[in-house]
Design a protein around this ligand. Structure first.
Ligand SMILES: *Cc1c(COP(=O)(O)O)cnc(C)c1O
Length: 217
C-alpha cells in the first residue's frame, strides 16, 4: 500500500514549500479500485476519499461510512444535472461545478435537503474545447451567478491538459483563486501532486499512487 509513502512525500513537499504541516488534504481517489484495497486504506486511517461516478459511489460508500466513521467523500468526476439529487445526498464536497444548469440543480437540492456540500468550481485552464470547466475569463461572472443562487463556492479545481507541463496551469488556478478570494485549490494527481503543493494546492487527488493502477477491464 502506497499510503504511508504518499503521506511522507506530502509532508516533504509542504516543508519544501514553507507550508504548515497538514495544510494539504489528501483525497484518496478510490474509483474503480477493488474493495479490499480501499478497505486496507480505510483501516490504515485514511478518511478523505474521491469518487468519479455517482452510481459507483452509491453502491460502495453507505456501508463503508457505517463501518468507518468520519468519512469525508468528494465528488471529483463530471456530474450530470440529473444526478444532482444523489450527489447532494452522498457527497461532502463537489469539485466539478462547471455550468449554470448544474449550479441551479445543486442549489435547489441543497435547499430541499438542507445539506451544503463544499463546492469547487472546475476551471478549464488549458482552454481545451473537449474539456469541462469554466474558462478563466468567465470565472468572475460565473461566481457571481452562483452566489445569486445562494451558493458559496469555496475553491477552484483543474485538470491540466495531458502531456503538458502542469505547473503553469496550477499557477493560473492559484492566481484566479487569489483574485476571486477563494481559499481552496484542488489540483495535483499521482504524477504531479508535489508540483501542485509547491503552487499552493490545499487538496490533492491521488489514486493510482496509493492503490495501484486502475483496471477498467
Ligand atoms: C482519476 C482522477 C484522479 C486520480 O488520478 P491518479 O492519476 O490515479 O492519481 C484525480 N483527479 C481526477 C479528476 C480523476 O478523475
Amino acid at each position: 500500500m502506497g499510503l504511508d509513502d504518499i503521506k511522507r512525500r506530502i509532508a516533504d513537499a509542504e516543508a519544501a514549500a514553507g507550508r504548515a504541516p497538514g495544510s494539504v488534504t489528501l483525497i484518496a481517489v478510490s474509483k474503480v479500485q477493488p474493495p479490499d484495497r480501499v478497505e486496507a486504506v480505510l483501516t490504515a486511517g485514511q478518511r478523505v476519499f474521491g469518487e468519479n461516478y455517482v452510481q459507483e459511489a452509491q453502491g460502495k460508500w453507505p456501508d463503508w461510512r457505517e463501518r468507518f466513521p468520519g468519512v469525508d467523500l468528494h465528488m471529483i468526476g463530471p456530474l450530470q444535472s440529473n444526478k444532482a439529487r444523489q450527489a447532494v445526498q452522498l457527497f461532502d464536497a463537489i469539485h466539478t461545478l462547471d455550468r449554470m444548469t448544474l449550479a441551479r440543480k445543486l442549489a435547489a437540492q441543497m435547499q430541499e435537503q438542507g445539506r451544503s456540500p463544499q463546492l469547487f468550481i472546475q476551471v478549464n485552464t488549458g482552454d481545451e474545447p473537449q474539456k469541462a470547466g469554466i474558462l478563466a475569463d468567465e470565472l468572475p461572472g460565473f461566481l457571481a451567478s452562483c452566489r445569486d443562487l445562494g451558493l458559496s463556492p469555496q475553491g477552484l479545481m483543474c485538470i491540466p491538459p495531458e502531456g503538458e507541463d502542469p505547473v503553469p496551469h496550477f499557477s493560473l488556478l492559484r492566481q484566479l483563486a487569489v483574485q476571486n478570494d477563494l481559499p481552496l485549490l484542488s489540483m495535483g494527481m499521482s504524477a504531479d501532486f508535489e508540483a501542485a503543493i509547491a503552487q499552493g494546492a490545499t487538496h490533492i487527488r491521488v489514486g493510482s499512487a496509493i492503490f495501484g493502477e486502475r483496471d477498467y477491464g
